[in-house]
Design a protein around this ligand. Structure first.
Ligand SMILES: *[C@@H]1O[C@H](CO)[C@@H](O)[C@H](O)[C@H]1NC(C)=O
Ligand SMILES: *[C@@H]1O[C@H](CO)[C@@H](O)[C@H](O)[C@H]1NC(C)=O
Ligand SMILES: *[C@@H]1O[C@H](CO)[C@@H](O)[C@H](O)[C@H]1NC(C)=O
Ligand SMILES: *[C@@H]1O[C@H](CO)[C@@H](O)[C@H](O)[C@H]1NC(C)=O
Ligand SMILES: *[C@@H]1O[C@H](CO)[C@@H](O)[C@H](O)[C@H]1NC(C)=O
Ligand SMILES: *[C@@H]1O[C@H](CO)[C@@H](O)[C@H](O)[C@H]1NC(C)=O
Ligand SMILES: *[C@@H]1O[C@H](CO)[C@@H](O)[C@H](O)[C@H]1NC(C)=O
Ligand SMILES: *[C@@H]1O[C@H](CO)[C@@H](O)[C@H](O)[C@H]1NC(C)=O
Ligand SMILES: *[C@@H]1O[C@H](CO)[C@@H](O)[C@H](O)[C@H]1NC(C)=O
Ligand SMILES: *[C@@H]1O[C@H](CO)[C@@H](O)[C@H](O)[C@H]1NC(C)=O
Ligand SMILES: *[C@@H]1O[C@H](CO)[C@@H](O)[C@H](O)[C@H]1NC(C)=O
Ligand SMILES: CC(=O)N[C@H]1CO[C@H](CO)[C@@H](O)[C@@H]1O
Length: 803
């Protein structure tokens, strides 16, 4: 392993300024920076999932949140869209992103891959690899290894040229090769381990001067560090594969990725804090990366199959870069508490003191009397314990942090920050039909096509990912006199729209859990020649699994009245006419004649213009009245939308779509929608996004008549349920939008008055809160002048605005 310890480089910059490179190594406890052990908190922020103007503030918020490291993947298919043609501009400017991180004094963990998965189309591999003769992805295959090494070297050389590795005085302290390979390794038999060894050697041979890691790869060969990905690495991971390697957690999921038809995954702040602290104190953990810290936006057609446009909106920084509370502050407080324990954790003697059946103190005794203790309650009930003769109350499933072995400075289950509520305020509506123009997409028929085949072609190999859309057309002579005919079509993914003689006869689609589906419907076909056109739509490329290069999409079988047309003369059209004309750009849209808006129609382009709303709050398009399609602003795609694929709860997976302000000009912004279904553009709106909304909601079975504290059965004090409202810094409460003491229905997301309501609530809350930066209203009967409905379960719900 000594062969990659590097020499300290002293680099001369400018005149006399001397930048010393850091010596990054590791031992069995942690990464070592200039020989010193470190506890490092890291967060994933992917540069192409936000815009360059957002980077400085995202990084600043990450730093304020207590992070030491920003982790990002490198997105090969953005950087090398065609062989040997590179793009590092705009959102792809990885060097500029890394330099921003450096300027703010944070480190970088660079996950080169180059296979990254990342819920990104083709797992980040450029589609042209598919057509490299003899290629097999991610195994001991010469063509694949050639291109993988070529790209890895290109990136490493670029970083070296910019002096971005820590050994050169830059911020990059850790790099990654491959990604979660263990998941597919066995499919490649003996070539799997050979490829793992080759990848590791190829990476180490790049001589970056610092460690490499492989995540989810228990067999990572020395000196490459194997690391854990998951939600509960303290409990489920086998650990480092050598006593000389540290425990690093590369993906501690802050939520989970969302597909169309799926609801958001709300991993709580308490659960993340518990598992992070447990990893650090019980598994020698020294590096934890939050995946994602800021998820951002999957612009354009970049995300993998069925992945929605917003990415990890539930992360500590939401899609718009706004702090999501209480996750953001709770983790911030936890980082500060654990940092106070660094010395003891990294250099101390470890012991466990049992405190009860499911309770224990994890104690680290450092030199010079430094002591840090962690009181763990892994039980499902609150527990009272004595530790060093002092009493402590431990909430269920929690860890208390005592940096001096006496004082609790943080408990993972005790959240002190109120949840934030995001408010979307419509500022522009598009409800005037005169403001819209339309262009009908042409429905091609067999005679229009020039690309022909006697079989049903694989969609990816046919479109080469230049479009989501592929038309499969055919014509046939109907001889029988039956009036109704059945169409039965199998598609390997993802959406099918069937047209018979130019008219839509139905649609069907698969899902993330199963892209393949069967479409069946009955329609009347006249005797004589019939033109059948199937529009098969992909919603992203695959991103994982072995043999991605063999994956297929599109139609695989067509039956009409039980007759098999799978092997038949088919005509193809790749993409849409509107795409070829770039109707979403200023130039393209001026090339065709648009029509007046009449009513919602399928396969239609819509265009309008709008002026940029004032201020600098983030903005989003509410596409809640649309169906499925894609949206562009000034020629830039803000992503696919799919509102009609509802979750089990009957709501769209995503209604608001991020419109970065950097895409806008002051006036006359061109908004273009391509709609596949019957969406209604008159009902969309442009909204500002803010957390200037504060909301509180508490319930109690029977409010008590005491003012501040009440006594619970087993002599335990507990606060009366109280609504706390707190504005962001420099703002005060200016408006009480809703206040009800009684039985209002719903919650902070949506609510209405119930049958029971104290009419004085509004006035009482206004008196307590207006003009203040924070206020609290205890849910007592006295506060509201008595009981409006004795015997009824009562709640207090207050929704307010800060300005
Ligand atoms: C780098 O750090 C390691 C471990 O602390 C040490 O053995 C090595 O000598 C250092 N190298 C340099 C060039 O300082
Ligand atoms: C990558 O391959 C191209 C040829 O396809 C070659 O010109 C280039 O030098 C290679 N880059 C590296 C870093 O090996
Ligand atoms: C991979 O390398 C390890 C040592 O680093 C060795 O034990 C193992 O046999 C190698 N496997 C293959 C398939 O080359
Ligand atoms: C908590 O208990 C569960 C079993 O009840 C066990 O699987 C888990 O590892 C424990 N967690 C910790 C952090 O000790
Ligand atoms: C933590 O590290 C110490 C010293 O390297 C080792 O003795 C101990 O077994 C490790 N604990 C775990 C849970 O890996
Ligand atoms: C892709 O299509 C070409 C013809 O256009 C064909 O030669 C090739 O075999 C196809 N590749 C795969 C993997 O289907
Ligand atoms: C209908 O009849 C024509 C002419 O006989 C024949 O070529 C064609 O295959 C028949 N079509 C079907 C669907 O059987
Ligand atoms: C089918 O398409 C051909 C050529 O475009 C056209 O002449 C014919 O009228 C179409 N048939 C029907 C039933 O629409
Ligand atoms: C089948 O056709 C009927 C009538 O045209 C339509 O209402 C229905 O939505 C279609 N079914 C499918 C699965 O497309
Ligand atoms: C239809 O034909 C294809 C090949 O042409 C065949 O693979 C498939 O099994 C056939 N389907 C049925 C239901 O006969
Ligand atoms: C659409 O807008 C119209 C008029 O502006 C309104 O009456 C209707 O309720 C809206 N529909 C939806 C689904 O929002
Ligand atoms: C989808 C997935 O891989 N989920 C895993 C997340 O991590 C936990 C624990 O590490 C696993 O149990 C899940 O299967």
């Amino acid at each position: 392993m000594v062969w990659f310890w590097i020499t300290l480089l002293v680099v001369l910059v400018g005149g006399n300024a001397v930048v010393e490179g850091a010596n990054v190594t590791y031992d069995g406890r942690s990464l070592l920076i200039d020989g010193e052990r470190k506890i490092l908190f890291s967060g994933s922020i992917h540069y192409p999932r936000s815009t360059p103007d957002m980077w400085p503030s995202l990084i600043a918020k990450a730093k304020k949140g207590g992070l030491d490291v920003i982790q990002t993947y490198v997105f090969w298919n953005l950087h090398e869209p065609q062989p040997d043609q590179y793009d590092f501009s705009g959102r792809n400017d990885i060097v500029s992103f890394i330099k921003q991180v450096q300027q703010q004094g944070l480190y970088v963990s660079l996950r080169i891959g180059p296979f990254i998965e990342a819920e990104w189309g083709y797992g980040g591999l450029p589609f042209w690899l598919h057509d490299v003769p003899g290629i097999v992805f991610r195994t001991y295959n010469e063509p694949f290894m050639f291109h993988m090494q070529n790209f890895t070297t290109t990136i490493v050389n670029m970083m070296k040229a910019e002096k971005l590795f820590a050994s050169q005085g830059g911020p990059i302290i850790l790099s990654q090769i491959e990604n979660e390979y263990q998941n597919v390794e066995s499919s490649f038999h003996e070539d799997g381990p050979r490829y793992v060894n080759w990848s590791a050697q190829m990476a180490v041979g790049q001589n970056t001067g610092e460690p490499w890691m492989m995540c989810k790869q228990q067999t990572a060969p020395d000196p490459v560090i194997n690391t854990c990905n998951g939600m509960r690495c303290a409990e489920t991971w086998e650990g480092p594969n050598s006593p000389n390697k540290p425990s690093l957690w590369t993906e501690n999921w802050t939520s989970f990725v969302q597909g169309y038809g799926e609801g958001p995954n709300m991993r709580t702040a308490q659960d993340i804090a518990f598992h992070t602290t447990a990893f650090i104190i019980s598994r020698n953990g020294s590096f934890v990366n939050y995946y994602m810290y800021h998820g951002g936006t999957n612009f354009g057609r970049t995300p993998a199959a069925f992945i929605i446009t917003g990415y990890y909106d539930q992360a500590p920084l939401d899609e718009y870069g706004i702090e999501r509370e209480p996750k953001y502050s709770h983790l911030q407080n936890m980082h500060a508490a654990l940092k106070q324990c660094s010395q003891a954790l990294l250099y101390g003697q470890f012991s466990i003191v049992p405190l009860g059946q499911n309770q224990a103190a994890f104690v680290y005794n450092g030199n010079s009397g430094k002591c840090a203790a962690f009181l763990v309650n892994n039980g499902s009930r609150e527990a009272q314990v004595l530790y060093q003769n002092l009493p402590y109350t431990l909430p269920s499933k929690s860890i208390s942090i005592l940096p001096d072995c006496k004082t609790v400075v943080f408990n993972t289950a005790t959240v002190s920050t109120a949840p934030s509520t995001r408010s979307m305020l419509p500022v522009i509506s598009f409800d005037s039909p005169q403001e819209w123009e339309t262009y009908s997409e042409y429905i091609p028929q067999y005679d229009d096509t020039s690309l022909r085949s006697d079989t049903l072609l694989d969609q990816m190999n046919t479109t080469k990912d230049t479009s989501d859309y592929l038309w499969y057309t055919m014509r046939f002579q109907k001889n029988s006199s039956e009036t109704q005919s059945t169409l039965n079509v199998i598609s390997l993914g993802h959406v099918l729209r069937a047209y018979v003689n130019g008219a839509l006869v139905g649609s069907a689609h698969g899902a993330r859990t199963g892209p393949t589906f069967t479409f069946e419907n009955t329609t009347s076909l006249p005797t004589g020649i019939n033109n059948i056109s199937f529009l098969n739509v992909m919603v992203g490329l695959p991103d994982s699994g072995a043999h991605m290069e063999r994956r297929r999409a599109g139609l695989s079988q067509v039956m009409i009245q039980q007759e098999n047309f799978t092997s038949y003369s088919w005509g193809y059209q790749v993409g849409l006419v509107g795409e070829k004309l770039s109707l979403y750009t200023d130039e393209g849209s001026s090339k065709v004649t648009w029509s007046q808006y009449e009513n919602p129609r399928t396969l239609t382009w819509y265009k309008t213009t709008f002026d940029t709303p004032e201020g600098n709050e983030p903005i989003a398009l509410n596409l809640g009245s649309m169906g499925k399609g894609e949206a562009w602003i000034n020629g830039q795609s803000i992503g696919r939308y799919w509102v009609t694929f509802m979750t089990a709860k009957g709501i769209p997976s995503q209604t608001w779509y991020n419109v970065p302000r950097s895409f806008l000009r002051p006036n006359g912004n061109l908004l273009v929608l391509f709609e596949e279904e019957y969406g209604n553009p008159l009902n969309i709106s442009l909204d500002t996004v803010s957390n200037n909304r504060v909301c509180g909601h508490v319930s109690d079975i029977q409010p008590h008549k005491v003012n501040s504290w009440e006594v619970r059965d087993h002599n335990q004090w507990r606060p009366i349920p109280t609504v706390y409202l707190q504005c962001p810094p420099k703002r005060v409460i200016t408006k009480i939008v809703f206040a009800s003491h009684g039985n209002p229905s719903g919650n902070c997301e949506s609510y209405a008055l119930g049958s029971c309501h104290s009419s004085s609530t509004q006035q009482i809350v206004e008196k307590a809160c207006l003009g203040k930066s924070q206020c609290s209203i205890a849910h007592t009967l006295e506060n509201f002048g008595g009981d409006p409905c004795p015997g009824t379960f009562k709640t207090l719900l207050v929704d307010a605005r800060c300005e």
